[in-house]
Write a protein that binds this ligand. Structure first.
Ligand SMILES: Cc1cc2nc3c(=O)[nH]c(=O)nc-3n(C[C@H](O)[C@H](O)[C@H](O)COP(=O)(O)O)c2cc1C
Length: 156
C-alpha cells in the first residue's frame, strides 16, 4: 500500500478556496483545510507548490474557504482541474468586500487574511486569520478513499 493510499483513509470535508489576483478569480478544491485557533480565529490549508494557482494564493494576501455542501460534488470536481475561467463559469456566487468569490450553497465560508506561509516538503501550509465568516444549515460534503459521500450520524 502506498503512503497516498494510507493518507486517503482519513475522512475529511471538502472546500473550494478562492482568491482574486491580478484581475482574475482563482479557485481550487481543497480537503487539507482545518481549524487552528479560536482567539484569534485562524485556519489553515496546504497548497501544492507546483499548482498553477500557487502564486495567486501566496501573493494576493486574502482568500475565502468555501465549505461545500453534500450536493456540491460537481463543484468539487469542477474546481479540481481545467482552466480557471471554466471553473467559475455558471457558478452562482457573490463577492466579498475584498473581491473574493463566495460560492452560493456552501454550508460555511471563512474569509482570511494570509498570516503565515510554512513550507513543508512539496506543499506550502497557508495559515490565515479569519476576517469574515458565515454559515447555514446543511450537511457537508465528505471525502475518503478518493470518493465523495456524506456523513451519517449514529443513532443514539
Ligand atoms: C477532494 C480533493 C481535494 C484536494 N485537496 C487539495 C489540497 O488540499 N491542496 C492542493 O494543493 N490540492 C488539492 N487538490 C487538487 C487541486 O484541486 C488541483 O490540483 C488544482 O485545482 C489544480 O489546479 P491548478 O494547478 O490550476 O491550481 C484536491 C483535489 C480534490 C479532488
Amino acid at each position: 500500500m502506498s503512503i497516498k493510499e494510507a493518507m486517503s483513509r482519513f475522512t475529511t470535508g471538502v472546500t473550494v478556496v478562492t482568491t482574486h489576483y491580478e484581475g482574475q478569480d482563482w479557485g481550487m478544491t481543497c480537503n487539507s483545510f482545518n481549524t487552528v485557533s479560536l482567539e484569534p480565529a485562524m485556519v489553515l490549508w496546504s497548497i501544492r507548490k507546483e499548482a498553477n494557482s500557487h502564486e495567486a494564493f501566496t501573493q494576493s494576501g486574502s482568500y475565502v474557504v468555501n465549505v461545500l455542501q453534500a450536493d456540491q460534488k460537481d463543484t468539487a470536481m469542477r474546481f479540481a482541474s481545467g482552466p480557471q475561467a471554466q471553473r467559475f463559469a455558471e457558478q452562482a456566487s457573490e463577492r466579498t468586500a475584498k473581491n473574493n468569490v463566495k460560492l452560493n450553497g456552501s454550508v460555511a465560508w471563512f474569509e482570511c487574511r494570509l498570516a503565515q506561509v510554512v513550507t513543508a516538503g512539496d506543499h506550502d501550509i497557508l495559515i490565515g486569520e479569519v476576517v469574515g465568516y458565515g454559515s447555514q444549515d446543511g450537511e457537508g460534503l465528505a471525502y475518503a478513499n478518493r470518493q465523495f459521500g456524506v456523513l451519517s450520524a449514529f443513532e443514539n
